[in-house]
Write a protein that binds this ligand. Structure first.
Ligand code: HH2
Length: 262
């Protein structure tokens, strides 16, 4: 999943793709580099980020969703707001990526009568409060419990399980140790066989481990990504598609050789 943030303030690519024409061009380039789907975000979720009104999020998304309608890959929209979910679905979005995990009834109402995919992510509180809420009795158990509970509520609302993807929300209300535990024990997060999505690209955990600035975190991000894929992540959300594609190609070739030799 290639990320295109249509925001002025995202932590790694803020301001680069606010112009719809440039965002569309960048999405096409990510598809050429091997992205199987594109995630469009119109509000930053970095710690402490300010809230963007729904009308502004929709204004940012509309020309880009229209411009990418024939791009040939599914389009995901990263939003927490039911009004934005509805507008995005009307504009052809294939997947809604809610970093609040469809916690509100209004969010469930916005997606339940549709056929779109849903990414349910774990985050305690919201981007303003999440870092103060980074306390767990057992982070893996607590995150699993949240994901299992949301998956159950969505299915009880009539949503087919084949539409649901779960995401532990690396970096969202988590310390470095929490992030490492979640990645190390990814198989324990699988709920009812639902696929897992993971986003580690350029995140602060990579900076904390390597001492690198945001634009120097690609090698560390690739190592985290391969560790996640090796433990069962099916979808990886990344900014650097070409490098990720190469890393996955080599990793998969070795895994197939290992399987053939077994
Ligand atoms: N991470 C970010 C945003 N959305 N969605 C899911 N499902 N999983 C993630 O790990 C995830 C996400 C943060 O990254 P980015 O979009 O680059 O930054 P910002 O939120 O500042 O726009």
């Amino acid at each position: 999943m290639g990320v295109v943030n249509l925001t002025p303030d995202s932590f790694s690519d803020g301001g680069r793709w606010i112009d719809p024409g440039r965002a569309i061009e960048h999405a096409h380039s990510l598809i050429q580099q091997g992205a199987d789907l594109i995630d469009l975000g119109a509000e930053s979720t970095r710690p402490g980020a300010g809230e963007v009104p729904a009308s502004e999020e929709i204004e940012r998304l509309e020309p880009v969703l229209r411009g990418l309608a024939a791009a040939g890959v599914p389009l995901s929209v990263d939003t927490r707001k039911p009004a934005v979910m509805r507008a995005a679905i009307d504009l052809g979005a294939d997947l809604i990526n809610d970093v609040e995990g469809f916690r509100s009834d209004a969010a469930i109402d916005a997606v339940s009568g549709t056929g779109v995919g849903l990414c349910v992510m774990h985050m305690p509180g919201n981007p303003q409060t999440m870092q103060q809420l980074a306390t767990y009795s057992d982070v893996v158990g607590d995150v699993r419990e949240f994901l299992a509970q949301r998956a159950r509520v969505l299915q009880d609302a009539g949503i087919d399980r084949r539409r649901i993807v779960l995401d532990p929300g690396i970096g969202f209300g988590k310390t470095l140790q929490h992030n490492l535990s979640l990645l190390a024990r990814l198989p324990d997060l699988v709920v009812e066989g639902l696929p897992l999505m993971v986003g580690v690209s350029r995140k602060s955990m990579i900076g904390l481990l390597t001492g690198r600035a945001v634009d120097e975190r690609l090698p560390g991000s690739l190592a985290a990504l391969l560790a996640a894929v090796a433990r069962g992540a099916s979808i990886v959300r990344v900014h650097d598609v070409s490098a990720t594609h190469d890393a996955l190609t080599v990793w998969r070739a070795i895994e197939s050789a290992a399987a053939a030799a077994a």
